[in-house]
Design a protein. Structure first.
Lengths: 156, 710
């Protein structure tokens, strides 16, 4: 099996893998990175979103070959309790979830949005999150949290 | 089973589990361990319970460690459902902590030589006059909590509570934003194997033949299991499990299965089946008013899927004739009872430990997948096996919320005042949960070689809020009514508990017809409701929502407003909803304004979060959701075929909590669904002049409803 190299959360990673293996499988079962969650396996729910470059992508659908030499970021790479990303701080401040299973993917979609567009409007945040499903109905809190993070980042 | 209650005044959960030490312990480094029997399903219950304990014990909430429910150690509180957790677990814990506190005060009084009434507790430190002090932890060795609660202590009065009644941050959220492994899906046990179960696409099909050749060739395969119609694979990786299952599916031959009803004539199907009929309630009052006309209306709602974002998952590991199970079931003891029946083992050989799953809105596949894991793990030589369902199976094989048809006849006098009311429901039962019958409720139990029959869902008794009949008795002071429930005795589509059981359908029907009658009279629909209400708390929520939504805004083209009201189960939370919609032939819900009264709101922000979530989920049900099937199989097995509300479609939601610290708390998780459903339907009428009585309210349904009128 070929070795595929990529940057994972700022660190070099190399995996011997079938190049068609979905990134999600490799992250979860080989690299112990569990924040991207399996939800549907068809790229329809967003629970497995990771950031590749400045785009949020469904890691259940993208094959390993496509991330060779790319930068991949998951929630593990966003921040920590000691040094949180503004989005993580904002999701806590807004208590922006119920079950939280979809939250990793939503944090990633939001982080990708803020990279491309640091001061989004509410409608832009919603549009950016339209590929992420939340079943508990915490959408409005999440949108508020993203806007809060954006304004915090703008102020700093 | 509870055979004797130690004291009549104990809260129900405490009466069943009276030993204080099973709820609360003090451990080293100034920590408090609290062990409830209810489980976190994303509703924030663990935080609300921690608040109650912190308040009653006078310790900082940060010192409290909440233990996940387990049959090895936790009090048996049945199932986490019905918006009862604050009511049951919260009351029990409050009483436990009051008694624990008193025992420690007595011990501290002896040690310090100070009268107990002069002692005070601050963050676990017990102090008295003369600067004498000790603490829960210093005294823990001397104070045994291996005593039964005796109702001998009284909890603090509302005014003395410092934590309960105030919004605090949920204890589980940091893990969920910092990639902590809180979900069962993220837990990796050493030596873990992966299992998948083969299930037919065709409803009720049985496995005739299974060619295992291709599956055997999949690298990483450990073994293939076949037990009657139940079959599956165990592999050393998840990818191999998917590959082996795919290969096994190609080798399977199935029978033709059992036909499904016509999804376009659910009312015809529901009303043509054999039923068990119960008169739920009747009321007769003499009236001098004379009957002028009868309005007869039929309301329907489709089957609705739980559609949790995560597919159900469980792990199991055998050791001889004992098995350990990790599960996101809502009731670890109840699931254990069913597993014991299927495995023919004493319950004590089975340990179930709760781990969080994705939000669950009732009885989904959480329990089914646990039996799958247990059956597959039998062949794993003592290694743990993790089974995760596919999205397809989650949407096809988990129980659904039952479809309903509700017929109401309202007798009106010449002024269109209501003088009689007959409400009849046809529906499958709304509950077929594990652990409550002599036969198991688990899917695989119907598939193994010596199968159990599929349990036909039933309805909880009226004392527990009923099932199909939940919220069918009007909250309004009508002069006469008869409420009848017909429960189907056949069940071609598997149903069980989904949030609110029958309440969503019944509230939709009642509130829609009341709206129609108010409109007939030319009376404001809120004024009409207030005139028929005697319950001041119900009046307060409707007035609060009206005030907040500035009822009723001036009429604008393309905009509609509607109201809905219910008291969940007629004994729980009061909720009024006002919907503002925008619509031509498609509907967009712009804003929902709600007022809610749960009595004492332990964590007000938690209540608001639950009401917001319920309101948004109900909007999704009303506008989009319907389980799809042809005559052989469920076909809404992906998010494309079973769409739910997206971020761009979500309305603004504004919630007012009427805080009543002196009134015992009740849950908030199911209060909004019925009122929101009705409010949207009534707003559609206000906007478009059509009554859609058949959910979901889609473009097609609106056009269909317009036709008979034109």
């Amino acid at each position: 099996m070929p070795t595929i190299q990529f940057q994972l959360n700022g660190t070099a990673a190399a995996v011997d893998t079938d190049p068609d293996q979905p990134l999600l499988d490799v992250l979860r079962s080989r690299l112990g990175v569990t924040s991207p969650h399996f939800g549907c396996g068809a790229g329809e729910c967003g629970a497995c979103h990771v950031m590749v470059g400045d785009r949020a992508m469904a890691s259940c659908e993208i094959p390993m070959w496509s991330v060779a030499d790319k930068d991949v970021v998951t929630v593990e790479g966003l921040g920590t309790a000691e040094q949180p990303h503004p989005l993580q701080r904002a999701f806590i401040a807004e208590q922006a979830m119920q079950c939280g299973y979809c939250v990793s993917g939503i944090l990633i979609s939001s982080a990708a949005l803020l990279k491309r567009n640091p001061s989004p409007t509410e409608a832009e945040v919603k549009a950016a999150l339209d590929r992420n499903l939340c079943r508990c109905g915490s959408h409005n809190r999440m949108v508020r949290a993203v806007l809060r993070a954006a304004s915090e980042m703008a102020a700093s | 089973m509870t055979t004797a209650f130690p004291a009549p005044t104990l809260p129900v959960s405490l009466a069943a589990n009276p030993k204080l030490s099973s709820w609360v312990k003090f451990i080293g480094e100034c920590r408090v361990v609290v062990s409830p029997g209810k489980v976190e399903i994303g509703q924030g219950i663990v935080t609300a319970l921690a608040q109650i304990a912190a308040d009653e014990l006078d310790v900082d909430i940060g010192r409290i460690e909440m233990i996940r429910a387990s049959t090895a150690a936790s009090p048996n509180e049945g199932v986490t459902s019905g918006s009862l957790s604050v009511q049951q677990s919260g009351r029990a814990l409050r009483q436990v902590c009051a008694e624990v506190r008193q025992r420690f005060l007595t011990a501290a009084s002896e040690r310090l030589g100070v009268d107990a009434s002069l002692l005070e507790i601050q963050d676990g430190t017990i102090s008295g006059p003369g600067n004498v002090r000790t603490s829960y932890w210093e005294l823990a060795g001397d104070v045994s909590l291996d005593h039964d609660a005796n109702a001998g202590a009284t909890a603090k009065i509302a005014a003395k509570r410092a934590v309960a009644g105030h919004s605090v941050q949920r204890v589980d959220i940091p893990d969920k934003v910092f990639a902590g492994r809180r979900f069962i899906h993220d837990c990796a046990l050493p030596g873990l194997l992966h299992g998948r179960v083969l299930r037919p696409d065709i409803s009720g099909a049985r496995l005739i033949a299974l060619d295992e050749t291709a599956a055997r060739a999949v690298p990483g395969l450990v073994t293939i299991i076949r037990d009657g119609n139940f079959s599956g694979v165990i592999t050393d990786s998840e990818a191999a499990a998917e590959a082996a299952l795919k290969a096994l599916r190609k080798g399977a031959t199935w029978t033709a299965g059992e036909p499904l009803p016509d999804e376009d004539d659910l009312a015809g199907f529901l009303k043509s089946q054999p039923v068990e009929t119960d008169v739920i309630d009747t009321r007769t009052n003499a009236t001098t008013r004379r009957h002028a006309r009868t309005l007869r209306r039929q309301y329907t709602r489709p089957y609705i899927a739980h559609a949790s974002i995560a597919p159900s998952c469980a792990m199991a590991q055998w050791n001889g004739d004992r098995v350990h199970v990790w599960t996101h079931s809502q009731g670890v003891y109840l699931l254990r009872a069913d597993l014991a029946i299927v495995l023919k083992l004493p319950a004590e050989n089975i340990v179930l430990e709760h781990m969080e799953g994705a939000g669950c809105y009732g009885h989904n596949a959480a329990d089914d997948v646990a039996l799958d894991a247990v059956l597959l793990a039998k062949a794993a030589g003592g290694r743990p096996v993790r089974v995760q369902w596919s999205r397809h199976d989650e949407m096809a094989h988990a129980p659904f919320g039952a479809a309903m048809v509700i017929e109401i006849e309202a007798d009106l006098d010449a002024d269109n005042e209501i003088i009689g009311w007959r409400h009849a429901i046809w529906s499958n039962g709304h509950a077929a949960r594990p652990g409550r019958a002599a036969q198991p409720a688990l899917l695989a139990a119907t598939e193994i070689a010596n199968p159990y029959p599929r349990m036909i869902s039933t309805n909880p008794p009226a004392a527990n809020g009923g099932g199909g009949d939940r919220n069918s008795v009007p909250l309004y002071d009508l002069p006469a009514w008869t409420v009848t429930s017909h429960r189907l005795l056949t069940m071609p589509v598997r149903t069980s508990a989904l949030r609110t059981l029958g309440a969503q359908g019944n509230v939709f029907a009642i509130e829609s017809l009341l709206d129609e009658i108010a409109a007939l009279r030319g009376e404001d629909s809120i004024a009409f409701r207030l005139r028929h209400l005697r319950d001041e708390r119900a009046k307060d929520v409707i007035r609060a929502a009206a005030r907040r939504a500035q009822w009723k805004p001036p009429k604008q083209p393309g905009i509609g407003h509607g109201v809905g009201l219910a008291r969940y189960k007629n004994t729980g939370a009061y909720c009024a909803a006002i919907a503002e919609i925008e619509g031509t032939d498609d509907i967009r819900v712009k804003r929902l304004t709600l007022a809610v009264d749960v009595g004492e709101a332990i964590n007000p922000d938690g209540v608001i979060n639950q009401i917001e979530g319920g309101a948004i989920q109900a909007t999704s049900w009303v506008l989009k959701e319907r389980v799809r099937f042809d005559r052989t199989r469920i076909i809404s097995t992906s998010w494309t075929d079973y769409p739910i509300l997206t971020f761009s479609e979500v309305p603004a939601v504004d919630v007012e909590v009427i805080q009543r610290p002196e009134i015992e708390p009740v849950g908030a998780g199911e209060a909004a669904h019925g009122p929101v459903t009705a409010a949207i339907a009534n707003a559609v009428y206000d906007c478009l002049g059509v009554r859609v009585r058949d959910l979901p309210i889609t473009r097609e349904k609106i056009i269909a409803a317009m036709e008979p009128a034109s």
